[in-house]
Write a protein that binds this ligand. Sequence first.
Ligand SMILES: Cc1cc2nc3c(=O)[nH]c(=O)nc-3n(C[C@H](O)[C@H](O)[C@H](O)COP(=O)(O)OP(=O)(O)OC[C@H]3O[C@@H](n4cnc5c(N)ncnc54)[C@H](O)[C@@H]3O)c2cc1C
Length: 311
Amino acid sequence: MRKKSIEQLKEIVKGEVLLNEPLSKHTSFRIGGPAEIFCRPVDAEDIKNILNWAKRNRQPVTPIGNGTNLLVSDDGISGVVIQLSNNISGIEFDSNSVFVKSGNTIKDLINAAMKRGLGGIEFAWGIPGAIGGSIVMNAGTNSHFLSKFVKYVQVIDFNGKEYKLLHDDLKFDYRYSILQDEPLILTEAVLSLEKADEEEIKKAISDASNKRKGKQPLEYPCAGSIFKNPPTTYAGKILEEAKCKGMRVGDAMISELHANFIVNLGHATAIDVLTLIRKAQETVYKQKDLILELEVRLLGDFNTNLLLKKK
Ligand SMILES: Cc1cc2nc3c(=O)[nH]c(=O)nc-3n(C[C@H](O)[C@H](O)[C@H](O)COP(=O)(O)OP(=O)(O)OC[C@H]3O[C@@H](n4cnc5c(N)ncnc54)[C@H](O)[C@@H]3O)c2cc1C
């Protein structure tokens, strides 16, 4: 990238612009090579300016949130990575509706709503994502999804045009929204919450937190569930039955505590994790004639031919 173009980008963006920023610093897996250009915009105007610059300079764009569902390539990501994390935040209420910027965490949202006597989303307590990434992923538990509460979202397309997408436009499904397949950046969401008493909300938070305690290997860097649950069972149960717990490639290991979590024991690389994913898929396929599909998102260049895929 020409020095002059980078200087132009720095001039038009109020937020941070960093070059060759290691993405291992921005992912919960602590894995990932450098982002060629890493931007932390502070508002919608900044996002539009970055997108317009990327278009003019023919640079690919990759949005990320808190990086808690990502496996980033060891070679990093070329072009511009736009982080929508605590740099883009703000929560406002109007009756039962909450207007939340994409960078706020789920925890921020639950706490702010509780102060207004609003709840319903406490099931998501403990999910470490930002709101934007969590809506993109339709995060949730086995029985509750964030999508139920989403009225509409505000997005900016990669041409810099801003518009609204209603709940039905988002085509939500289990761990899916259309935002995974479209060149769009989610900047704000409007959710409809339920009236609830503070004590009830606190109890629901404590229940959600207890369900996670001792079941997830939180002492190690990880990216949550690696595989999606098949329609009538749990990926963790299947992996455990196939004796995948403790399986290891380099410093990447299938957790002894929860078989659907891969943990980074210290110096795991993305290729270690991908090779381990393939090993687990093959083991399950041989024993159960079932192909587990990825929940974790792969960003950057990967040889995805390594993976087993449903036909
Ligand atoms: C310990 C742990 C526990 C977890 N538990 C759960 C759980 O119980 N349930 C669950 O569903 N998930 C869980 N996860 C996974 C993860 O937290 C969720 O998927 C989360 O919602 C992702 O949000 P994020 O901000 O980290 O998104 P990221 O991981 O940064 O990004 C996810 C995807 O969204 C895209 N993206 C991110 N932000 C935007 C944006 N603003 N606009 C457009 N695209 C965007 C990215 O390109 C990527 O494709 C867990 C993860 C960890 C580490």
